[in-house]
Design a protein around this ligand. Sequence first.
Ligand SMILES: N[C@@H](CCC(=O)N[C@@H](CS)C(=O)NCC(=O)O)C(=O)O
Length: 119
Amino acid sequence: MCGPAFGIRRIEIGRRKTAFKNCRFTAFQGNFVSTPKVEIYTKMYCGFCHRAKRLLDEKGVEYEEYDITLGGPKRAEMMDRRPGASTVPQIFIDDKAIGGSDDLAALERDGKLDAMLGL
Ligand SMILES: N[C@@H](CCC(=O)N[C@@H](CS)C(=O)NCC(=O)O)C(=O)O
């Protein structure tokens, strides 16, 4: 959850100093606005992963990609965040589990994705 907090991160918005936690900031017309944090767990040679990333790229959204082709701690982290997940990609927006490529596409089809991405 991205929201005001004390002592985490301090940034000036207009004349107001506000602290936020778990937020990403983007400069916009001289001010900073918060943008959702998008994360995607992927594997090499995964068509569904490419499809999900293409949609995010088309929207001009920045995201953190974690390649778990070889397993490792990031795979364990993904399983922690989405217990029972058996496929990649697994996508998170502001720490909320979205699901995979089909789920992302469904949000887009239903006209809900842009708002979730802060667009
Ligand atoms: N419906 C899922 C399908 C995802 C899927 O089948 N991904 C394949 C890779 S492209 C997968 O994870 N297979 C199992 C594995 O690689 O362990 C989605 O839209 O994300």
